[in-house]
Write a new protein. Structure first.
Lengths: 165, 384, 353
């Protein structure tokens, strides 16, 4: 007697969560809604975090002092993505980079565009390319991407990654 | 003083992208039974079970130790579930060892698994909060900028990553449990495989596997004559934040401090000379040279030379990932314990075709999160 | 065996919705408060261990962000259990036993408010046979309560008495979520929620975090006036298959009671982790606690239930009782899984003369 082999059945799981951004992120999002990038400074190590997380992960203390940062920064490291992501912000290939804003001590990942991908380099100076104002919402997505500006590359030893090297 | 503990049994499944033959419980059970068989023990000999795996969302089972109690014959026994991101397999081995080292237990079973095919792991890893753009798919997009930075910082030639990718896949051909068996693997094939995250090609990345790995860890007094013990000389864990001002993600401080600690506790002064071989968590090719440096097995900026000279091959001076490593099999939750267990198999002289002749002291290594969680152990053929 | 004691405990207020406070903000409060209580810094901690569950907040690796609340540069010796933090305390206790640590920090956190807790808990069940039918956590507990009523072990009135005492005791717990004076009549006149359970028979949905510091005897006595020594500790699990379980008894509790030699101790008070009123009655029976034992002075989890920390909170609540001199020998209990599937028992004692 041969039985049908049951190898698979579908049991989908859907949950809804009402996510809480937290005090700090709420404040960051309210600023970026107006086109401003506001970070926070650690009271102990004086490190500046953007986007702020409400704490300095190094010292484990709350960060409260706010500091507005320019939308200009430097590419600290990057890659060119060829793999599509379901629900992703852009179609591959695209450059994702850790960008450290002037005055900040920690990079965050965003897209670099407006330049041939093969010309992207570590130390390159970039500026935010904002979406049209009428599309702004409470999201880092208000910045469509970062694009190069006409400034010499930053010497690499200025980058935080080099500090411990 | 902590009690001496030893690995006396190891079991693993054949790793594959989709194991449709067994349930989650069946997969874990298979590895556990093999570990018991290797240790020549019965289920009733086990005092406690320690379970490890990566995020619950990979299978859609919340706190699966609860559901797995029957499969692991844990009824009326202690069971504990560890989760420390990608390093979890290693951490779970260390927690299991502490059940013995505390003097509270005689023999424990440690089981780890992942069955990603039952869910969509890429989706589980890419759940985002609503306020940031989704530009990062899984681990590759996150880690490649740091590999690129390593390459740039030390002016490392392009082919180093490809050497690792070929070497580990050649080793995997000797390991019947490895997920990837690519008989004609070569540098050109790796180079020509699709680019995923520049400079990392498809064949320089780990697969996503279904699989399980279990170990039996015993106290010194319970080790029997017929068992080949791998004595646990030292264990160590270190964590640091994902990001902080001034962090070097290429050479994370938590990794090197964990290495210093695990060597010190084992009384090792010159690790590259004293240790015979290592199973290191290398999910992307470039992480072999990066971790050799982080583990103080090579000077900063020199790790790639060890790779290039073939020192890390099975026949080399310091074989790394003899089993084929994470690049050849990656059941995430089990990947760390596979490293720890394969290190133990080497000093037990039970590594079959990929045995390093005369291996007496071996390192097992795992990392997780944004290269911020580290777990390591040193195992030896002789008592410490 | 090394003598180990709880020397500090901190808990956020238990609230239905911590709203704008995220997990890091919640953890930071309690970690700092616990460290300050014994004047320690993170650098004095040899081992840190936490308990949490990704599904509560719907984010993979929730504990990774949680670590941002703890100072971890230079890197720390740290681990995490995807369980109630009582098991993180157990892991820390082992690390102290094996002399890897003298002082350990344990924390647990859970925000249940963002998700659909009752259904989320369904994912703890057998994923092939049971979970796809979506029995929720309250319904499973109701099955157990019904079985106990049918076996004449409890009545709706005895369950209401549990609630009445919990709410009354919670009045003196500043962190409690639900407290007050209720009559049995008031409680029994409330509508049935999931038969035979009324809403007040179920622990509330709670947001919060808590932290505990453990230390060896020597350190404990130098840092804390009246530490609570962990004299005996054990945890056990039982089968996941409901068909195999007799829900009106608990073999794992019976076994753990034996292992910790519970009958040798004269217990003054017990903090029982019973998410449903009837489970407190089942625990009292299985633990053979007599009427002189004061139960859940904190109000227990019926007065506030921080998922993944509620078990640790029982240990913390017992520490509070011992530290204040109100209790000499106490029993703390933690649970996990549906219908008390997994349990931990801890004997805690004062060593002050």
């Amino acid at each position: 007697m041969s039985e049908e082999k049951i190898l698979e059945f579908e049991a989908p799981i859907y949950f809804k969560y009402s996510y809480t951004a937290g005090k700090t992120t709420t404040s960051f999002l309210n600023s970026i809604k107006k086109g401003k990038l506001v970070g926070q400074k650690c009271p102990k190590c004086r490190g500046v975090y953007v986007p702020p997380r409400g704490s300095c992960p190094k010292d484990g203390v709350a960060t409260e002092e706010e500091i507005e940062l320019p939308d200009i920064g430097t590419v600290e490291s990057f890659t060119i993505n060829y793999l599509p992501i379901p629900g992703g912000a852009v179609d591959p290939p695209y450059v994702s980079a850790n960008i450290i804003l002037d005055g900040a001590d920690l990079a965050f990942m965003h897209i670099v565009d407006g330049i041939d991908h093969s010309e992207v380099r570590v130390g390159m100076r970039v500026k935010a390319h904002w979406k049209p104002k009428n599309e702004w919402k409470a999201s880092l997505e208000n910045i469509a991407y970062f694009q190069p500006i006409d400034e010499p590359d930053l010497p690499l030893n200025h980058l935080s990654d080099e500090k411990n090297a | 003083m902590s009690e001496l503990a030893a690995v006396v049994g190891m079991g693993q499944t054949k790793h594959s992208s989709k194991n449709g033959e067994v349930s989650i419980a069946g997969l874990v059970r298979e590895s556990a039974e093999k570990a018991l068989l290797d240790a020549e023990l019965e289920w009733e000999d086990i005092d406690a079970v320690i379970l490890g795996k990566a995020p619950d969302m990979f299978e859609g089972v919340m706190m699966p130790e609860l559901y797995l109690t029957d499969a692991l014959v844990a009824n009326n026994k202690p069971i504990l579930r560890v989760h420390t991101a990608g390093s979890v397999g290693g951490s779970t081995g260390i927690v299991a060892a502490s059940y013995i080292q505390s003097g509270m237990f005689e023999r424990v079973l440690v089981s780890t698994f992942e069955k990603q095919s039952e869910s969509n792991a890429m989706w589980a890893l890419s759940t985002t909060v609503p306020y940031a753009p989704l530009i990062n798919a899984g681990a590759g997009g996150y880690f490649t900028p740091y590999m690129r930075e390593y390459k740039r910082r030390f002016n490392v030639p392009e082919h180093i990553g490809r050497i690792v990718a070929v070497k580990d896949r050649l080793n995997a051909l000797k390991n019947p449990y490895a997920h990837l068996h690519i008989p004609d693997i070569n540098l050109e094939m790796v180079e020509k495989s699709p680019m995923l995250w520049d400079p990392l090609t498809f064949l320089e990345s780990c697969p996503s596997s279904d699989g399980a790995c279990s170990l039996v860890i015993s106290s010194e007094r319970s080790v029997t004559d017929n068992q080949l013990p791998a004595w646990i000389h030292s264990t160590s864990m270190r964590s640091e934040p994902t990001m902080y001002a001034g962090r070097d993600a290429v050479n994370p401080q938590a990794g090197s401090e964990c290495a210093k600690d695990v060597y010190k506790k084992a009384g090792i002064k010159d690790p590259i000379k004293e240790i015979d071989c290592a199973e290191i968590y290398v999910p992307f090719s470039w992480y072999e040279p990066m971790w050799l440096e982080n583990l103080l097995l090579a000077d900063i900026g020199q790790g790639w030379l060890m790779t290039e000279k073939g020192h890390t091959s099975l026949e080399g001076k310091f074989p790394v990932n003899m089993s084929g490593g994470v690049l050849s099999s990656n059941p995430i939750g089990a990947s760390g314990l596979l490293r720890f267990g394969e290190a133990a198999q080497q000093v037990r002289n039970k590594a079959g075709e990929y045995q390093v002749q005369g291996a007496k002291l071996a390192l097992g290594h795992a990392f997780g999160g944004g290269a911020q969680f580290f777990a390591m152990w040193i195992v030896g053929a002789n008592k410490p | 065996m090394r003598e180990v004691a709880v020397i500090a405990y901190a808990q956020t207020p238990m609230t239905r919705d911590a709203g704008a406070q995220n997990e890091v903000e919640l953890i930071m409060q309690v970690v700092h408060q616990a460290l300050d209580e014994v004047k320690l810094n993170q650098t004095d901690i040899d081992f840190t261990c936490s308990g949490s569950c990704d599904y509560l907040q719907g984010v993979t690796f929730a504990f990774v962000d949680g670590l941002n609340a703890v100072s971890s540069v230079p890197p720390i010796n740290e681990s995490h259990v995807e369980m109630d933090a009582a098991w993180a305390l157990y892991e820390s206790w082992l690390k102290i036993q094996m002399e890897e640590a003298d002082v350990a920090l344990v924390y647990g956190f859970g925000k249940s408010s963002p998700g659909e807790l009752r259904s989320i808990m369904t994912l703890q069940l057998d994923p092939y046979y049971l979970a796809p039918l979506w029995p929720d956590s309250v319904s499973l507990a109701a099955l157990q309560a019904k079985a106990m009523i049918d076996n004449k072990m409890i009545t709706e009135e005895s369950m209401a008495k549990v609630v009445k005492r919990s709410r009354k005791n919670a009045k003196s717990n500043p962190n409690s979520q639900l407290s007050g004076d209720f009559s049995i009549g008031d409680l029994l006149s409330e509508p049935i929620f999931v038969s035979p359970l009324r809403k007040h028979d179920c622990s509330p949905i709670t947001d919060g975090a808590s932290a505990i510091i453990l230390a060896t005897k020597e350190k404990a006595l130098s840092l804390c006036r009246n530490p609570a020594f962990i004299t005996s500790i054990d945890h056990r699990v039982e089968t996941a298959q409901f068909g195999y379980r007799n829900l009106t008894s608990s073999p794992s509790i019976q076994k753990s009671s034996e292992v910790i030699n519970l009958s040798d101790y004269s217990i003054d008070a017990a903090e029982l982790h019973a998410p449903f009123s009837h489970q407190e009655l089942l625990l009292i029976k299985e633990l053979q606690l007599n009427e002189e034992v004061s139960i859940n002075k904190s109000g227990g989890v019926l007065a506030g239930n921080i998922m993944m920390s509620a078990g640790l909170d029982r240990i913390g609540s017992m520490f509070n009782l011992i530290k204040s001199g109100k209790v000499r020998t106490g029993l703390a209990h933690a649970t996990s899984g549906p219908c008390l599937q997994q349990n931990m028992l801890i004997i805690m004692e004062s060593k002050n003369e």
